[in-house]
Design a protein around this ligand. Structure first.
Ligand code: UT7
Length: 345
């Protein structure tokens, strides 16, 4: 049986860090509050105003292709999960295709907020299992700092910038994407959204004055839906594939809030040492959180490891995906930024 296997991962993180101490100078908050309510210590920020999401997405893809020694012209399809495209159009995928030199690829952007990577992964996998394509790049990338209101303490402490990429290729040895449960409830778009800048409320002096070009979130409500959505989806996927917590090598959760992740892990009866966590370093990078986790943990992953990926985001969109890992990650070194992280600590 042909499956779509993740055969490589890559990442890009901006060098500049935004610490909780810096946020204390911008809004009425504290390091203690941020850590205890979210688990976040710092985020990476792409401060150069000339650089946008495609810059990070291209570098994540290039990192992957260089590691795998694959030429960009071998790529058939590029899907970019993002809510911070460089422009409304053309798609960020077009800009990535050009900068990467993926001359034989077509592609598109996929908008599902924090579930963008899971939605894109599932979409890309269809082109592999159908036999249509051999190499599909799935990228999650967001420059959240471009749409964050750094006077709003309830949102600005949460988000960071980054990009992660995976390569999907066909495999018939039993590894790959086994199952996916993706869900949506569009009845509450106002709880987590960016009000203006679309066709409903195009940019105007009024929308700018009303600060409607920024992320708006009713945190407490979203929190409740996120805990239930992520935990339910992960538990369903485990149950219908006959998996218990012991069978799972790693939970790979969207990194929105440490407390949401803990609740999901509890529900799955998974020990904390089997939960991929990097929220303390990067905050919520929206579509990039899951591929950034895979990148950070790649060197620890082994062929046949059972991973449960789970996400929840604006829309609402949410879901969980069961992946049987396809290769021995020990052939790859610990990413450069993690080595320097260890040196710092
Ligand atoms: O990734 C997409 C999905 N998004 C999420 O999953 C995010 C879900 N929501 C959350 O993670 C949490 O709701 C937040 C981290 C956004 C907020 O945490 P919370 O524990 O739900 O806090 P809260 O909104 O209930 O606020 C508690 C108090 C409030 O003060 P009062 O009304 O009790 O006096 C807030 O005004 O904390 C206050 N507060 C802050 N205090 C210091 C809110 N933000 C801050 C802040 N610093 N940055």
């Amino acid at each position: 049986m042909r499956r779509a296997a993740i055969t490589g991962v890559g990442y890009y993180l901006p060098e500049d860090r935004m610490t909780n101490a810096e946020l204390e100078t911008l809004v009425d908050t504290s390091n203690e509050w941020i850590i205890s309510r979210t688990g976040i210590h710092e985020r990476r920020i792409l401060r150069d105003p000339e650089k946008a999401t495609s810059y990070m997405a291209t570098r994540a893809a290039r990192n992957l292709l260089e590691k795998k020694n694959i030429s960009p012209d071998e790529i058939d399809l590029i899907i970019v999960g993002t809510v911070t495209p460089d422009m409304v159009f053309p798609a960020t995928a077009c800009l990535v295709q050009a900068e990467l030199g993926a001359t034989n690829a077509w592609g598109f952007d996929l908008s599902a907020a924090c579930s963008g990577f899971l939605y894109a992964l599932s979409t890309g996998a269809q082109f592999i299992t159908s036999g249509t394509y051999k190499k599909v790049l799935v990228i999650g990338a967001d420059k959240m700092s471009a749409i964050i209101d750094y006077t709003d303490r309830t949102t600005c402490i949460l988000f960071g910038d980054g990009a992660g990429a995976v390569l999907l290729e066909p495999d018939d040895s039993g590894v790959g994407i086994v199952d996916s449960l993706l869900q949506m409830d569009g009845t509450k778009p106002d709880l987590l959204c960016m009000l203006a800048g679309g066709s409903r409320r195009p940019a105007s002096h009024e929308t700018v004055d009303a600060r409607q070009h920024y992320v708006y979130q009713e945190g407490r409500s979203v929190f409740k839906y996120a805990v239930k959505g992520m935990a339910d989806a992960a538990a369903s996927v485990m149950e219908r594939n006959g998996l218990t917590g012991d069978d799972v090598a790693y939970l790979v959760p969207h990194q929105a809030n440490l407390r949401i992740i803990d609740a999901t892990a509890n529900r799955m009866e998974i020990d904390t040492d089997k939960v991929m966590l990097n929220i303390s370093r990067y905050g919520n990078t929206t579509a990039a959180t899951i591929p950034l986790c895979l990148s950070d943990w790649e060197h620890k992953l082994r062929t046949g490891d059972n991973l449960i990926l789970a996400a929840f985001g604006g829309g609402f969109t949410w879901g969980a995906t069961y992946v049987k890992w396809a290769y021995d990650g020990s052939q790859y070194e610990i990413p450069e930024h993690l080595r320097s992280e260890m040196a710092h600590s």
